[in-house]
Design a protein. Structure first.
Length: 317
């Protein structure tokens, strides 16, 4: 566990590098946009492709994919818990959709993937991707719909109507997901990946972790730590992200039996900070941007303190 924590600390050190270089004006908001495109459009697809084709057999993967029911079920339950929590905390009406989405959905790629690789190594990547599929599907369909309902303008109806399920589904077919699908197809054919392609994919895929953490560091810097205001709704999201969601994974996997490492990866994935995209979507749909931004800052900054507790609990499941 101590080694895993030091590995995670090294990952977060990259985040602090991103923060410091933003302070030194090496990085700006545009840099974060470029890095995001590089991770999602280039590095991550190759990371998914090479991991699937090198680490798993056809039979292992087919058995693996059936386990997606666990993260799906955990997110459905988490969403309904968020409704009760919102009532208990008297969350304002114009924050309800954003609150529930942040409570339910985690940052499975920019933070989740590097953290899981630091703890378990590259063999955890396919398990990360199973959770990613469920999480991303929920976020870009039901989650974005609920955020759109938080519109604070007189154009609320028009804004809500502008949400399209088809547009949400298009978000799922991003390069990262396509890399995953190509990897599955290649794996199922049984054809060995040529050495040159395997080496190229490995080099490009290795960019995923440092670029992801640079993005988080840049984001935190431009959020402005001194401007973050804590309130009971943010505390509710913190409880959802770091306590309730991982607890649901533990309870579900007591009923639905899964391999030990998969359970632990799902547990770690469920306890990640909120999605980077939430403040952007809150701005797009005229929801509470300040609330979304402050919550992102608090969940990211508090995560390093949460990690030791997660690792300790993980040893018991």
């Amino acid at each position: 566990m101590i080694q895993a924590y030091f590995n995670i600390f090294a990952i977060f050190a990259m985040m602090f590098v991103g923060y410091f270089l933003s302070y030194k004006k090496w990085f700006d908001r545009h840099t974060a946009d470029v890095f995001s495109k590089m991770v999602l459009g280039l590095a991550l697809p190759f990371e998914m492709f090479i991991t699937l084709t090198q680490k798993f057999s056809r039979g292992e993967f087919l058995n693996l994919f059936a386990s997606i029911v666990v993260p799906v079920l955990s997110m459905v339950l988490s969403y309904w818990v968020s409704k009760g929590m919102a009532t208990l905390l008297s969350v304002e009406k114009h924050r309800l959709g954003t609150f529930s989405t942040m409570f339910t959905c985690s940052n499975t790629i920019f933070i989740g993937l590097p953290i899981n690789m630091a703890i378990f190594g590259s063999q955890a990547v396919p398990y990360v991707l199973i959770y990613y599929i469920a999480n991303t599907t929920f976020f870009w369909t039901w989650g974005i719909y609920k955020i759109s309902q938080d519109s604070q303008t007189f154009a609320h109806v028009a804004v809500a109507q502008s949400f399209s399920l088809i547009n949400g589904l298009k978000k799922l077919l991003n390069p990262a997901m396509l890399g995953f699908l190509v990897g599955i197809f290649w794996l199922l054919t049984g054809v060995k990946v040529p050495l040159a392609l395997a080496s190229f994919s490995t080099y490009i895929g290795n960019l995923t972790t440092p670029l992801s953490m640079f993005i988080i560091g840049i984001t935190v810097y431009f959020l402005g730590i001194s401007t973050l205001k804590l309130n009971k709704a943010i505390i509710g999201v913190l409880l959802g992200r770091f306590i309730i969601s991982p607890l649901l994974i533990i309870l579900i996997t007591r009923v639905i039996q899964l391999p030990d490492m998969m359970v632990k990866v799902f547990f770690i994935q469920s306890a990640m900070p909120i999605q980077n995209s939430v403040p952007i979507l809150a701005r797009l749909y005229h929801a509470d941007v300040e609330f979304a931004t402050a919550t992102l800052g608090y969940t990211v900054l508090s995560y390093l303190a949460v990690v030791p507790m997660l690792l300790a609990v993980m040893q018991l499941i």
